[in-house]
Ligand binder design. Sequence first.
Ligand code: NAD
Length: 414
Amino acid sequence: MTNNAFEDAKKQLRQAQAVLGFSDAEYDQLANSRREVAVSIPMRRHDGSREILHGYRVQHNMTRGPAKGGVRFAPNVDLDEVRALAMLMTWKCSLLNLPYGGAKGGVNVDPRNYSDHELERITRRYTAEIIPIIGPDIDIPAPDIGTNEQNMAWMMDTFSVAKGHTVLGVVTGKPISLGGSQGRAASTSRGVEVIALRALEKAGLDPKNTTASVQGFGKVGRGAARFLFDDGVTITAVSDMYGGLVNPAGIDIPALEKFVDETGKVVGFPGANPATGDDILEADVDLLVPAAVEGVITEENAARIKARVIVEGANGPTTPEADAILNAAGKMVVPDILANAGGVVVSYFEWVQSNQSNWWSLEEVEDRLRVRMNSAWDDVDAYAEEKGLSLRTAATVMAVERVLAAHNMRGLFP
Ligand code: NAD
């Protein structure tokens, strides 16, 4: 991540303020988190030694409903990163009209260096420390970088044991066997696909004659690459944290998925040539999907981005300075709070199903997801056209306006 992800998030809020004209006091209320918790996580390693990890849960806003947001396990997690991501979640939930505020959590740990038993202990202790501030009506965590449905099962179990009964609605992104939703695992990628197809249509590009580069081959990037491949898009470049691949004739994504299942990384895939991270971002393609981490498109490399359409699978991949450069160059940048909202939409569906103990079919989930994503695209696109704004500013303004209206209707306590 960049060191100033939180500063970047606040700059985006200032841009919304410039359009909406709200007061500095209102800006301050929106820029500050509602609640921030930092916890120590003492853990015993398999060799008997002890280690202290640091975890966070930030609830940026709870005005429109319980807070909602993922939990990240990554080595560089810090409070400012979590604050920034929590704020983005508030705007994302508002933009998609979900009855939630925004939150985010994280533990500064590199999961690759820990066994499954150790990761279970870390997850359970982190959960135990934040039990007082989470719950189906308070704050509902979900997976993010470095966490998955297994972590969610442990979180749900830890919370439920503490309460004395099973509470399925406390987290989303759970395994299907434990109250998870059909379609949740692929939902962020499915949403990225829906939005990317709408963006290509707006740019006058036919998916079957479109080339794309995807940065990140994890939960979001891999599915996005696969769905776009299935739509006929030629994926010529992909990467993960270990390195990149290029093949101007197109990479066989299903074969790459099989390779990654076997080896754990894209590097070494025989159907493409090795490439650097810069090659992936600056590839000569029509569509770029950054789906890895924050702050990868910067003032330094933005002018070298060749893609006409950039669809942000990751949260915060473009700095505000880079965003200005891309906009000035006539690129279409579809912001994270719209492009990757499919995950939180299906998390919302999962929460509704868990709370009602009534589960929907995959078809029902995917149909409802498509309706929500398409309608959010229509709203943002129309607003951007009407006001002459970039898609990012339009999306942020729409989201912030709803949160501000809710604040003002509720008034101040006491
Ligand atoms: P993940 O841990 O499953 O995958 C991350 C991928 O990025 C991995 O392939 C990793 O190797 C790769 N990566 C890391 N650093 C990289 C680098 N410098 N260059 C290239 N690749 C790199 O995480 P994820 O859940 O796929 O999340 C990716 C992004 O999407 C994050 O910004 C996350 O906040 C965002 N997001 C995730 C979800 C979700 O439902 N999982 C929802 C919305 C947004």
